[in-house]
Design a protein around this ligand. Structure first.
Ligand SMILES: [Fe+2]
Ligand SMILES: [Fe+2]
Length: 409
């Protein structure tokens, strides 16, 4: 009879998410394991234990999330043990329970690179083969190099080509604390688990906004926007602040970026006629093409509304909000960060968003160009006209794009 083969996926699971589940199932299937044990840590020795949900709750969420998969078995063996939880102790206990079983320890690539510094690593290598995967192609070389090193220490290692799923427990905790809507959470974790998190009030830390100006506008936003839209605005605020700090340190006030990001969609859910009325009341004339694209109106309407009734007088902020749907040429740093932040904020999960995030990693101009191209191609896809502001933004950025490589050489 073939000996029992067990995979072991330990972790904080604070909370478990679709990335963990895909990983466990992928390894089980690829290595033809009988099953994978999902084992929440008691006190994680390799991680900070901040914002940690009690063990019994993390365990319960693991059980809920893994319930549809008979090949995944959630174990409370580490939670039941007194003191720090070390991998070597878990492996020893499993070997005692299943003396004939072959064990495969599944670890993330970052863990794999430091595993020889773990407590009694020699013993770990004797008890289990180590399985990891590259998060991105650039990782493979480093992992292969480490594998050679570890094999000299007696380890048996497997490096798999793991499917990448962009999600982290930190992202989920943050999303819940910002009031994420269900649909967003369903994209990151099993539906039943998301329901349980919301029902149990987990990670709902109370108001997290610290900026006074933003706090002042929150009640108005809550009144005017759905939960989903408010969550989006809060995520754009975070991202706009981050981009301001990254690309314009010392020259653009990150608090201004935060406020503009928070307010940019304040009129998004107003009826179209009301948006148009607000724009006209401010004395602004939309060109004929813009008049054909109501989806772009809410930026102009928001600027008009905030100026007339919201007490926002800062023209820079108003322009960042006004042009967040269309972009335009010669955008100010604040306009740029709000425009890009709106497309790549944490709540965005549309196809292609990851590429847009990559484009915005090192250069705001590249991020802007990618975003403008993305919105132009979307408009074309829908047979919608493209307004003057957007074309002018595109032309300026495209020309800048041509000059960038020669400038760099
Ligand atoms: Fe918008
Ligand atoms: Fe938006």
């Amino acid at each position: 009879m073939k000996p029992l083969s067990l995979g072991i996926l330990g972790g904080t699971f604070n909370p478990i998410h679709t990335g963990h589940i895909r990983l466990a199932r992928y390894v089980q299937e690829t290595l033809k394991l009988d099953r994978v044990l999902v084992i929440p840590d008691r006190i994680p020795p390799h991680k900070e234990a901040r914002e940690l949900l009690p063990g019994k709750d993390r365990l319960e969420l693991c059980r809920i999330a893994c319930a549809p998969y008979p090949e995944l078995e959630v174990s409370d063996m580490e939670l039941r043990r007194e003191g720090n939880s070390y991998t070597v102790d878990t492996l020893k206990a499993l070997k005692e329970k299943y003396p004939k079983a072959s064990l495969t320890l599944i670890v993330g690539s970052d863990m794999f690179l430091t595993i020889d510094s773990w407590k009694n690593s020699g013993e770990i290598f004797r008890l289990a083969q180590i399985c990891t995967g590259a998060r991105e192609p650039a990782d493979i070389l480093r992992l292969e190099k480490k594998k050679v090193e570890l094999e000299k220490l007696g380890a048996v290692c497997r490096i798999l080509d793991l499917p990448v799923f962009q999600v982290s427990s930190t992202q989920i905790r943050k999303a819940v604390s910002l009031g994420a809507n269900k649909k967003y959470l369903f994209a990151l974790m099993p539906q039943e688990e998301a329901e349980a998190i919301l029902k149990g009030g987990f990670y709902q830390t109370g108001e997290t906004e610290q900026d006074e100006e933003c706090l002042r506008f929150l009640p108005l936003l809550k009144e005017r926007l759905s939960r989903k839209r408010l969550f989006h605005c809060r995520c754009v605020a975070d991202m706009a602040q981050e981009l301001a700090e990254r690309f314009f340190p010392g020259t653009l006030d990150p608090r201004k970026a935060r406020l503009a990001g928070l307010l940019h969609d304040i009129c998004r859910e107003d009826p179209e006629e009301k948006q148009l009325e607000l724009i006209r009341r401010e004395g602004m004339e939309l060109d004929p093409i813009l008049l054909q694209t109501p989806a772009c109106w809410h930026g102009f309407a928001a600027a008009a509304y905030l100026k007339s009734s919201g007490g926002v007088t800062d023209e820079e902020i108003l322009n960042a909000i006004r042009f967040h749907t269309t972009a335009r040429r010669d955008m100010s740093p604040l306009e740029q960060v709000v425009f890009v932040a709106d497309g790549i904020s944490m709540d965005r999960i549309y196809p292609g968003v990851q590429e847009l995030r990559e484009s915005s990693r090192d250069s705001i101009e590249e991020g802007m160009l990618a975003m403008v191209k993305y919105s132009i191609s979307n408009l074309m896809e829908l047979n919608l006209p493209i307004g003057r502001y957007t074309w002018e933004a595109y032309n300026q950025l495209a020309l800048l794009g041509h000059s960038l490589p020669t400038e760099k050489h």
